[in-house]
Design a protein around this ligand. Structure first.
Ligand SMILES: Nc1ncnc2c1ncn2[C@@H]1O[C@H](COP(=O)(O)OP(=O)(O)OP(=O)(O)O)[C@@H](O)[C@H]1O
Ligand SMILES: [Mg+2]
Length: 466
């Protein structure tokens, strides 16, 4: 039976709560949504349990207004602020010669057992990087394959126990319990990247309010995650301090005039009136050029910090397929151009998540990447194998074929890609990529005699996605 899920993104600027369940066709059906302004949460962690719990309660209260369905489980985003990634591997014998979900679970548990986890950290995800059967080449999905030995190498995300305990305490105070944690940047990648980007490799950067988090994908696996404690709130703060204007006015200036593209000559004569702190009756005139310089400096700094963090990790060498930026801060005009410059002309794209249509809230917004990722992580049937934060195996859901005549009758919510994504898929289909009737995507093979041409064709495709 399908369970009713409560997904909650606890962001620094806002809390978003969504109640959803799969319908009989395993399409995500949104039953209620709610949001509240965040208080008591800073840089991705709870700084005041009592205040944060009130905000969580408020968002959930609004979401519950439209549904009487009892909640079966709650999934919550966890910031990368206090996480550490660890690599490990394990192997198990396959007694009956046939690999089942049980052997996949065992090998992932073994890889986790072999890992060195720092005592004050707790496991959030155990994601397989690759499987091998009897020393074979990498196997994408070992289920139902034959062999006598199964090996797995994994990427393990761990989070500081105290950060998790504080979130649990805030939820408990709000009358809720947390069943599962999902890394914020992992959720963003799930909702932002398509199967081909995940497979070929891409980095998703979620630029939020007080944090910028990123996660790197390759071979359809999460391979790395990182965090920089800077976000759009810092731009507001810079404007407020440097222009001596209240934060509310600074926020308005940022969203109204923030533009990373304008040249100095264009801006030279333009002026903006801003109220003064403590002297509301008077206002001062500030040149737009000055405003743009303040904004530009902070965004540049944030992107350079991410680039340096990626470089330090060694992942930078693997960014061939490009970067996808999301989160509230990515709405700034010119973000794509500035990021392209900073990331040495790698393909850069600004993206909104997959839009799960519903009558309550639009998900077609950069700020929705995490919440949509939480829903897909928990309810998407075609998921990858991994161990979740309870160390339970997540596996693909076996969907029984339903007669097509039922389709229209049953589906009350429709999962669609944004228009741009639909267009992209069409382009990709035109490029000869075969799409199955499941979510599996098969890249065209490169024939030996046309190898060079094939590689450049794939590169052209990649640059088209961004
Ligand atoms: N047009 C815009 N230009 C710049 N910043 C913007 C724009 N629109 C919204 N923002 C900023 O985006 C931020 C909110 O984004 P988002 O919801 O992704 O963050 P969050 O999830 O609450 O925070 P975090 O991920 O850091 O915990 C706010 O700081 C807001 O000022
Ligand atoms: Mg966020």
């Amino acid at each position: 039976m399908n369970k009713t899920l409560l997904a909650i993104d606890i962001g620094s600027s806002g809390i978003i709560a969504v109640i959803a369940r799969n319908n009989l066709e395993y399409k995500i059906n949104i039953l209620g949504t709610g949001s509240a302004k965040s208080k008591g949460i800073n840089k991705g962690v709870i700084s005041n349990i009592e205040v944060a719990s009130k905000c969580i309660k408020e968002a959930v209260f609004i979401a519950k207004k439209n549904t009487t369905e009892p909640i079966d489980s709650t999934v919550v985003s966890i910031s990368g602020a206090y996480t550490k990634g660890v690599r490990s591997s394990g192997s198990v014998n396959v007694p009956n010669g046939l690999i089942t979900e049980s052997e996949i679970n065992q090998v992932l548990q073994m890889a986790l057992y072999n890992a060195t986890i720092i005592p004050e950290y707790e496991v959030i995800h155990v994601v397989p990087l690759s499987f091998k059967i009897d020393d074979s080449a990498d196997v994408e999905n070992p289920l139902n394959m034959n062999g006598s030995r199964l090996e797995a190498s994994v990427f393990i995300v761990t989070a500081k126990k105290t950060a998790l305990t504080n979130i649990k305490s805030a939820f408990k105070m709000a009358g809720l319990s947390v069943n599962n944690f999902v890394l914020d940047s992992y959720a963003s990648a799930i909702s932002i990247l398509d199967e081909q980007q995940k497979n070929f490799g891409a980095t998703v950067i979620n630029m939020g309010d007080t944090t910028t988090e990123y996660s790197c994908y390759k071979g359809s696996s999460l391979i790395y995650n990182g965090f920089v404690p800077v976000g759009s709130h810092h731009i507001t703060n810079d404007l407020s301090v440097m222009l001596h204007t209240p934060p509310i006015a600074a926020e308005k200036i940022k969203t109204e005039y923030g533009d990373l593209l304008k040249t100095s000559e264009e801006l030279a004569n333009k002026k903006v009136r801003t109220p003064r702190i403590g002297d509301e009756k008077n206002s001062s005139e500030v040149s737009l050029e000055h405003i743009q310089t303040i904004i530009h400096a902070r965004v540049e700094e944030t992107l350079v910090l991410v680039k340096n963090s990626l470089k330090k990790s060694g992942i930078h060498e693997n960014l061939g397929a490009g970067i996808v930026i999301t989160g509230g801060m990515s709405k700034l005009t010119g973000m794509k151009e500035l990021a392209t410059l900073i990331f040495d002309n790698l393909p850069v794209k600004i993206s909104t998540p997959i839009n799960i249509k519903n009558g309550y809230m639009s998900f077609e917004d950069e700020k929705m990447a995490t919440i949509v990722g939480l829903l897909l992580y928990s309810l998407e049937p075609n998921r990858n194998f991994e161990l979740d934060s309870n160390k339970n195996l997540m596996m693909k859901v076996k969907i029984e074929e339903t007669p097509s005549v039922n389709e229209e009758l049953i589906s009350t919510s429709e999962q669609i890609k944004p228009k741009t994504a639909q267009k992209e898929q069409k382009t990709r289909a035109d490029d000869g990529i075969i799409k199955g009737n499941t979510n599996t995507t098969i890249l065209p093979t490169i024939s030996k005699d046309k190898k060079g041409k094939g590689v450049s064709r794939i590169w052209n495709m990649i640059t088209e996605w961004f």
